[in-house]
Write a protein that binds this ligand. Sequence first.
Ligand code: MV4
Length: 451
Amino acid sequence: MFRKVLIANRGEIALRVISACKELGIRTVAVYSEADRNSLHVRFADEAICIGPPRSADSYLNVPAVISAAEITDVDAIHPGYGLLSENANFAEVCRASNIKFIGPPPEVTRMMGEKSTARQTMKKAKVPILPGSDGVIADEKEALQWAKEVGYPVILKAVAGGGGRGMRIVRSPEELPAMFQQASTEAANAFGNGDMYMEKFIERPRHIEFQVLADEHGNVMSLGERECSIQRRHQKLIEEAPSLMVSPKLREELGKTIKKALENIGYWNAGTIEFLMDEDGKIYFIEMNTRIQVEHCVTEMVTGIDLVKAQLRIAAGEKLSDIIPKPVEIRGHAIECRINAEHPEKFTPSAGKITAFNVPGGNGVRVDTAQYAEGVVPPYYDSMIAKLICHGADRDGAMNKMQRALSQFVVQGIHTTIPLHQRIFEDEEFRSGQFDTKFMERFLARQQGS
Ligand code: MV4
């Protein structure tokens, strides 16, 4: 096992990784920006190094600064958390060249999955269901028109280098396609330095369902079931749950097997998430793969009892999956996570500042992952998520009732948070029924306006 690990992140995920390291007897090094001097990840790590000014580009994304910190403190490995450098294949390559173990998949696989149309073709080859669409990159608008005719309108144009909802255009007729293709491609070239586009059949009201996987460095892959992540606003997830009401044990088992084979072929290792869209008929299609630990990993931990971050560390240290998870994975009960953001609950504007009072709920089946505290400060430079509240129940109703109780005991004063918004969602009949899709928040907010 590693002797010492550097955590190249901040906030709740930095603390989460420090916790996993502590439980495995690994020493920890925090890195921090000038805005994070008083952060808990700095206080709870064994060592801490300031790597630059507040803006992420000048600190947490500064590869030479992070690598220097790792060399000065003589760590064996770096855990990147999520966001920031976690899916940066160049960073993983620099780690490799510096003889520091990157806790994540090999850079070749990260780079391939980052190219969304290549990821699509790779999954297709491995018999993972994909949407009808283009084979690889579309050369020009003429080819785009041909693909759209074959696939059938509506279609969606996506940037090969995009993901997470950026660089997409829905096209409903051949008349509007040429202009949209040019617009989207120019936008993608400006945003990502790559204007390549691909195309898929557009699903009007999809559900977002994703499968968690773990893979060791000896060729073994395991599926840990799915999460339902359809409650989103502007591609920011607000609530996630596990399992999905829409995934039958048969689908879970069969898709799990297909995913396992696909990732064995690719030579994947460490933790990963395969994203799918589910259409109105319950059919499921691959869209993207995330090669990192995700924000919402906790709901999977709650229903499987597996510590995913400890598993990441043990995998990176060379252990076998069969030693880390010796028994068949069982899905027990139901877990729901609320992402608590420092935002105005109606205007969704960021709310940075000093927290004056902070009470975290607890009790059986309640988990709070946060790096915040009373008198803590939410800086304006980073993501607005300040806490995750995760509740586990025997079934979905039990988890929802526990969440309502826990939300009512979660006190944050001095800044605005999304807690009141979450409370209203948990009173909503459509949400409670479990029969929703990715358009839920639009309908919900319209209903709130009306009442
Ligand atoms: C789609 C789609 C409909 N049809 N692809 C948005 C984020 C990116 N990961 C993929 N996205 C979508 N891709 C096809 N073929 C609709 C979306 C989409 C969406 C997907 C998941 C969760 C929320 C969403 C919100 C708007 C659009």
